[in-house]
Write a protein that binds this ligand. Structure first.
Ligand SMILES: *Cc1c(COP(=O)(O)O)cnc(C)c1O
Length: 450
């Protein structure tokens, strides 16, 4: 049997209507190098989505490969309760130099959703153990995305993922998110004062006392369609959380590790969260690893004699996996030693100009918005009225299929196409990607699909 047939016989792919695979069968990747993926039929694809936003330094990065190989011959895994190892310790020591000030304690897990669950439980238990048991609810933005497990889905606000499970989810205080493309105040994200923060103020006024934490994707609501908003919003949120004694949880899973041009999105607003979740990018897209990082103050609320029952009884089998940690250490070394962020910043400007050039005036492009190397293209039926296409038409999915034929992996988010390439993409590779996308998204050809 052919590999593709065998795949369909056995595998239930993530985030997919499997019936779609009747028309577009799975692409079996054999090997990859840098920003290119190669399938078993000899086709190549530019991985412009960084394999779900986690590949930072290219596929088959020689330094990460050797780091993992070295670690593999020493220690593959060990229980992380009461046991430890050098890669995990070194990772924390190195992270201390780059994370927002005030964060100091590192809890390990193995995927983003798990790190969010960990953050929510940590905040809840912190308040419980510091004499504030009434603080047991969470506040979060509409259209936020925090993962797929029940707690993470509860705080998330993207209907596509959570609607069906509503009866299972816990009760969240939902605040209307900034919507800069269709700003209800008719302001621009570059010059506004985050006037929309008034929605959060209203919610805090009403529910602040019973709120344990506010969880937010700083600066970019990624899964919602790379919705970018002003750092002023975050500054205001930090201040308000302090006033109401609420933990600020920054979900930097998608925005961390240089994606927005700075190491963390919080850095743009010069704020420190009380709890920060990171995962995508931590191992450069090699191995599953996530961290929930918090302050000494929160940590101290759990520190007591065993019989007081204050410990954080949260664990995952693969917490702190040494192979993943060894990759994570190497990633931080490469970022620093090879000046990756400086290089990425330069190429980000280049990519943005190219996209503006081919799409800036397109009738069906509402907005090309960018931050760092994240570039989102909002596809609309009418540029003037900003009217969206009928979602049943699946316009972006059609473009995705065409782009694949041209060797470009452009997986869409609803009405939004995005370029979020590995940070090491070069100008030549950007040119090549733009060339390939021109043939499916150029002014003339674009119309064919719309
Ligand atoms: C991807 C993502 C998650 C979930 O991470 P998984 O590893 O897929 O569970 C959570 N929050 C944000 C912002 C993400 O982008």
């Amino acid at each position: 049997m052919e590999l593709k047939e065998k795949d369909l016989k056995y595998i239930w792919h993530p985030c997919s209507q499997m019936k779609d695979y009747e028309e577009l069968s799975p692409i079996i990747i054999d090997n990859a190098k840098g920003v290119y993926l190669y399938d078993i039929e000899g086709n190549s694809y530019i991985d412009i989505v960084s394999s779900w936003w986690c590949n930072l330094l290219g596929h088959g990065n020689p330094r990460i490969n050797s780091a993992i190989k070295r670690q593999l011959d020493k220690l593959e895994h060990v229980i992380f309760a009461n046991f430890s190892h050098e890669p995990a310790i070194e990772l924390c020591e190195m992270l201390m130099k780059v994370i927002p000030t005030g964060l100091a304690k590192f809890n390990f897990s193995d995927n983003g959703s798990a790190s969010v669950e960990c953050a929510l439980k940590m905040s809840f238990q912190y308040h419980y153990q510091t004499g504030q048991p009434e603080k047991k609810r969470f506040m979060a933005l509409s259209d936020g995305y925090h993962g797929e497990t029940i707690g993470a889905l509860s705080v998330g606000g993207v209907d596509l993922y959570s609607k069906i499970y509503k009866p299972l989810l816990f009760d969240i205080i939902r605040v209307e998110a900034p919507d800069c493309y269709r700003c209800p105040y008719n302001l621009a994200r570059e010059s506004c004062m985050a006037e929309c923060f008034v929605k959060t103020e209203e919610a805090l006024d009403k529910y602040g006392k019973e709120t344990s934490a506010f969880i937010i994707e700083p600066l970019v609501q990624a899964a919602a369609g790379m919705r970018i908003y002003s750092p002023i919003y975050l500054k205001k949120l930090r201040k308000a959380c302090d006033e109401y004694g609420i933990n600020l949880i920054a979900d930097e899973i998608a925005t961390g590790y240089g994606r927005t041009g700075k190491m963390f999105a919080c850095d743009h607003a010069e704020i420190s969260p009380d709890i920060m979740c990171i995962s995508k990018g931590v191992t450069g897209g090699y191995l599953p690893m996530a961290l929930t990082i918090t302050t000494q103050k929160i940590y101290d609320a759990f520190y007591a004699d065993y019989n007081e029952g204050k410990a954080f009884m949260h664990s995952h089998t693969y917490s702190g996996n040494p192979l993943a940690a060894s990759a994570a250490v190497e990633v931080l070394k490469i970022l620093e030693e090879e000046n990756i962020l400086e290089q990425a910043a330069e190429n980000a400007v280049y990519l943005k100009e190219k996209l503006d050039d081919i799409l800036g005036n397109h009738d069906n492009v509402g907005e090309v918005r960018s931050i760092g190397l994240i570039n989102a293209i909002e596809i609309v039926a009418d540029r003037k009225t900003k009217t969206a296409f009928d979602s049943k038409k699946r316009v972006c999915y059609e473009i995705y299929k065409t782009a694949l034929k041209k060797g470009l992996l452009l997986r869409p988010l609803g009405d939004v196409l995005y370029f979020n390439p590995p940070l090491v993409i070069s100008k030549e590779e950007i040119d090549f990607a733009i060339d390939r996308s021109k043939t499916c998204a150029g002014r003339k050809d674009f119309g064919r699909f719309l």
